[in-house]
Design a protein around this ligand. Structure first.
Ligand SMILES: [Zn+2]
Length: 431
């Protein structure tokens, strides 16, 4: 009988081992929504040990890892989360008792399982409580950050206030500012630029004039003619130094390593919003979206400042195009870069992937209302071309509608719309 029982027991353990770590996590009563997913990885606090991002599940390899503690398969995961021993963990995963041994002590086993269930219930409660606290903290942080953005916007002077204004900056960049009426952009006379020092403290490394724009979202509003209104969600700042040709922005370096820092910053939130630059969205039938304000304004001149067009900036490529469909094996989720390779830790060169052409419609990106029948997405010629092209095509796919023309336009290689001379013809590319 021993052989048969061993065989049964092996099969029982194998069944438990075959459960995916994602299923095991949920079988312990935890929700995958408590973790952030990026590709096959789900990362977040460990229900057992806490922390912020010490815990991860990998759906592809079906393994878990808890930093500093342990890792392993579904059985190891259940042991880690519940404190159950090996066979009890298998029972939980299989949802049935282990193959019976002669005269096994059922009462003792039942007591153990009850104790484990009790522990799990406590952990679930704690995880839920911590989730609520985290959310409250994040909301508080967001509210404070937005208050700060609003204060900076209020403090700011007019677009065309003095010789170091946003208008003077854009004009210095050789952009045509004659059409800008100052409705969308302002000048902050002395905006602090903060960076982290070696000890993680925020220190002001620069104070100077800055151009401010607002990230705005479209929200439904039954009271307005279009059915929508703008809601500001974040602030975009560009520091100005009119003595620093050709970009006319100050040189800022990290106090930690002396590396250059970008002289543009976004505060608050940008996801799903745009920075209006020129025109009125409610009366426009055409929309032009680029990454930066300068790019859009440079293009607007090529475009002849069309009266039917709303020109706006997305802030960055991610917000311009939205995310690609997730799951690395999903078609369209990613594409292999034709030339760039990366070196793995073992020295082997591995392919480099960039987000693919298939949009994740659930991700945030610039809003394009239904009444827009022509959409133009702008690519900078000085960005990495493979990634930029993929992103713009993904953005085109995302916003394609029947009766709407959608296309991506790329600035000549090496330049952006703001830098190229008016004589150069843009490369046109249909989506
Ligand atoms: Zn842990």
């Amino acid at each position: 009988m021993t052989g048969a029982r061993t065989f049964e027991m092996d099969a029982f353990v194998e069944d438990a081992r075959a459960v995916s770590v994602l299923q095991a996590f949920e079988r312990c009563g935890f929700s995958l929504r408590s973790l952030r997913s990026s590709g096959p990885e789900h990362v977040g606090p460990c229900p057992s040990c806490g922390g912020k991002d010490r815990f991860s599940l990998n759906s592809q390899k079906s393994v878990f890892n808890c930093r500093g503690a342990e890792g392993g398969d579904a059985i190891g995961l259940v042991k880690h989360l519940t404190g159950l021993d090996f066979l009890d963990a298998c029972e939980l995963l299989n949802g049935r008792d282990r193959p019976s041994r002669d005269g096994g002590d059922d009462a003792e086993r039942a007591a153990r399982r009850e104790a484990a269930e009790h522990r799990l219930a406590e952990q679930r409660e704690r995880a839920a409580r911590e989730e609520v606290e985290r959310e409250a903290q994040q909301n508080q942080y967001r509210a404070r950050e937005w208050d700060r953005c609003r204060a900076l916007w209020r403090e700011a002077a007019a677009f065309d206030c003095n010789s170091a204004s946003a208008k003077a900056y854009l004009a210095a960049r050789r952009l045509d500012v004659s059409r800008l009426d100052g409705a969308y952009l302002r000048t902050h006379p002395r905006l602090g630029f903060f960076a982290e020092d070696g000890k993680g403290a925020k220190v002001a490394i620069h104070h100077g004039p800055a151009q401010l724009g607002l990230f705005c979202r479209l929200v439904p509003d039954a009271g307005s003619a279009s059915g929508f209104r703008w809601m500001s969600i974040g602030l975009h700042a560009t520091w100005i130094d009119l003595d620093a040709a050709p970009k006319f922005r100050p040189t800022l370096v990290s106090p930690v390593d002396g590396e250059p820092l970008p002289s543009k910053k976004m505060r608050g939130s940008k996801a799903g919003g745009v920075i209006p630059v020129l025109g009125l969205l409610s009366s426009a039938t055409r929309m032009v979206v680029g990454e930066g304000i300068e790019t859009v304004l440079g293009f607007a001149r090529f475009d002849g400042f069309r009266a039917d067009t709303f020109y706006c900036a997305a802030g960055d490529l991610g917000n311009l195009a939205g995310k690609a469909r997730s799951g690395r094996d999903e078609p369209g989720s990613r594409i292999r870069h034709p030339t760039i390779k990366r070196r793995a830790t073992n020295g082997v060169m591995k392919p480099h992937f960039v987000p693919g052409l298939e949009p994740d419609m659930g991700s945030d990106a610039v809003p394009v209302p239904a009444w827009i029948d022509e959409l133009v997405l702008l690519g900078d010629g000085d960005s990495e071309p493979v990634m930029t092209r993929a992103a713009l095509k993904r953005g085109c796919a995302r916003h394609a509608r029947e009766g709407r023309t959608v296309r991506a336009l790329f600035a000549p290689v090496g330049g952006d719309w703001a830098d190229v001379a008016a004589a150069l013809e843009p490369e046109m590319e249909a989506a």
